[in-house]
Design a protein around this ligand. Structure first.
Ligand code: F6R
Length: 609
């Protein structure tokens, strides 16, 4: 979702800004723009569509300057168009903005009454005019910036320049992430560290309601009352390798195939014999969760599906009652919070607006502790939670979550073991067996990836369909939901996940020859029940795609396509059976010719409500 890059240097910054925007493309956007200060004039260029269009326009028109800001926009207020694209300009000021100004309509009316004219439909143009308005009665731009921000309601990550001062870049954040990259004799800002990796690895994270005043030599940070705040720089451990496609055609494909390595990284340095080191959960010790009597998990999308799987493990291994809820629902519900409850958020990005709002709400509720399972160090969720369990998936660029999901699942299993140990609910033998199985996971995931060519053949027949059902039972039900989500979001084939036993309560009416049914059928304790459900579907003429453990028996006929998968321990089945579903979605999307890494209308990190 929208991306920001800004730079101040002693060299021309336009290539740094454009490269930064290219690195933010994965977040999803529909238009882009850049503005530098050249000879005391604002030089602003905007285009719709991809960043490559902006690059061509910059090449044609020229864009010089040692200070500048740039943006990729994912439309919220107003259609995707050049006029609505950022930066927005008011006289001497240019502004880019991530987030939503909720009271923009009333501010716009006030500004119109004061004589301001608006070209766009955006809330951002209102904000830049508001800053300009305050500048008329302020001593300097910092004062005007603060005054305007004190008037707005909503969320923002902002970068601001003034053509009358090419030595200062301004930035501010509230609810939308922003980082400052530190160079030598040059400094940068961005909404995501990935944008700046070619120019620096040292970052300062802006916190809520902070404003930064940045020159080539200095970075000063203030709160909205003007008090100076001391900040510490941190070194990023992300490598530039992680953001190239390497030999793969798409990031999503690369990230699916990286899973053996990312699962290995989730385990790295954490397993000590049959123990898991206490450092695995940052901020915790061996007693942190002893008194926990209830768990509430909150997340969105794929991360929510991980939570649904986690509930099975947490309840089985710890005996702690566990609830799982979609963040956008949780935050507007009056939840009953039990004594000694742990609040868990799950998020790849750590910036998802609804998940973050739920965490903030949980602090006003009666939870005793908060823990996040997250992939991004320094993200808002990490900084605002009591404890963090890092998934260590590495940078995930493809919009559809793949390796982030399987490492979230492994992290949840690790969490269940840690809690089970602290609560004394898990026997030494059970713990030993699970630890042994966990160690096999990276190799087993490699074996599961070997079904790739078979799945690409299945996809040839499958990709022509318009609708599809995914069925699973027990802990494989959330995996069916995830398989359906993956397929619909990147191939645009309508897909729904169902608990197989629920089918006869309504959805079975949909079954006919045109409705393929994917059955996630590992050999486990619910296999017989699942087979009965499969027979009900078969009897109604459905075309069946059964993803099944290789030694498990299933009736074969011309209606059935069987994909035999390696045997694996039951506890690992949700993680491993996800892999063929990801591959099915990937190959269908490639055949259907969709934009696999940046599917239409989607954003990687959903930082607005
Ligand atoms: C789907 C997908 C989304 C995200 C969701 C939450 O493939 O990626 O459903 O899982 O937007 O994002 P995070 O995990 O960053 O909070």
């Amino acid at each position: 979702m929208c991306g920001i890059v800004g730079a101040i240097a002693q060299r021309n910054v336009s290539q740094i800004l454009l490269e930064g925007l290219s690195r933010l493309e994965y977040r999803g956007y529909d238009s882009a723009g850049i503005c530098t200060i050249d000879k005391n004039e604002l030089n602003c260029i905007k285009t719709t569509g991809k960043v490559k269009n902006l690059k061509e326009a910059v090449k044609e028109k020229g864009c010089l300057g040692t200070i500048g800001i740039a943006h990729t926009r994912w439309a919220t207020h107003g259609v995707p168009s050049e006029v609505n694209a950022h930066p927005h300009i008011c006289e001497n000021l240019a502004l880019v903005h991530n987030g939503i100004i909720e009271n923009f309509a009333e501010l716009k009316e006030q500004l119109i009454a004061l004589g301001y004219n608006f070209k766009s439909q955006t809330d951002t143009e209102v904000l830049v005019c508001l800053i300009h308005h305050h500048l008329q009665s302020s001593d300097n731009l910092l004062q005007a910036f603060k005054a305007a921000l004190n008037e707005v309601k909503g969320s923002f990550g902002l970068a601001l320049i003034d053509k009358n001062d090419s030595n200062t870049l301004y930035a501010a954040r509230s609810g939308s992430p922003l980082i400052i990259g530190l160079g030598i004799g040059e400094n940068f800002i961005a909404s995501d560290t990935l944008a700046l990796l070619p120019v620096t690895r040292r970052f300062i994270y802006l916190e809520e309601n902070e404003i930064a005043v940045i020159t080539t030599e200095s970075v000063n940070v203030y709160d909205l009352d003007g008090n100076k705040i001391e900040k510490t720089a941190v070194e990023s451990d992300l490598d530039t390798e992680s953001i190239s496609k390497g030999r793969y055609r798409h990031y999503m494909q690369k990230e699916i195939f990286e899973q053996p390595q990312s699962l290995q990284n989730t385990l790295l340095g954490r397993l000590r014999g049959d123990d898991i080191s206490t450092e695995t959960i940052v901020g915790s010790d061996e007693n942190s969760f002893k008194d926990i009597e209830a768990i509430q998990i909150v997340a969105c999308g794929t991360s929510y599906h991980a939570g649904l799987v986690g509930r099975y493990w947490l309840e089985e291994l710890t005996g702690i009652p566990t609830n799982v809820e979609i963040a956008s629902e949780y935050r507007y519900r009056k939840a009953v919070v039990r004594k000694n409850s742990l609040f868990i958020t799950i998020s790849q990005s750590g910036e998802t607006a609804d998940t973050l709002a739920s965490l903030r709400l949980s602090k006003e509720q009666n939870y005793s502790k908060s823990l996040c399972i997250c992939n991004v160090n320094g993200s808002s969720l990490v900084r605002e939670s009591d404890f963090t369990l890092f998934t260590k998936a590495g940078a995930e660029i493809g919009v559809a979550s793949t390796k982030a999901f399987t490492t979230q699942l492994l992290s949840l299993l690790i969490l269940a073991l840690i809690l089970g140990k602290q609560k004394g609910t898990i026997s030494a033998e059970q713990n030993h067996e699970i630890m042994e199985n966990i160690r096999k996971l990276p190799n087993l995931s490699q074996e599961f990836l070997e079904c790739d060519s078979q799945i690409s053949k299945l996809a040839e027949e499958f990709s022509g369909k318009h609708h599809c059902l995914f069925l699973g039972r027990g802990v494989m039900f959330p995996i069916a939901l995830e398989g359906a989500l993956k397929l619909k979001e990147i191939s645009y084939i309508h897909a729904e996940g169902y608990a197989a036993g629920e089918l006869k309560h309504g959805p079975i009416a949909l079954i006919d020859k045109e409705m393929p049914v994917v059955v996630v059928a590992p050999d486990n304790s619910l296999m017989d029940k699942l087979i009965s459900n499969v027979e009900e579907v078969r009897a109604r003429g459905a075309l069946l795609y059964i993803f099944i453990s290789k030694d498990a028996h299933i009736k074969q006929d011309e209606q059935t396509r069987k994909l035999a998968l390696p045997d694996c321990p039951e506890i690992l089945q949700p993680i491993l059976f996800t892999i063929p579903l990801q591959l099915l979605a990937y190959h269908c999307a490639v055949i259907n010719g969709t934009d696999v890494d940046q599917p239409r209308n989607l954003a990687k990190s959903v930082t607005v409500e």
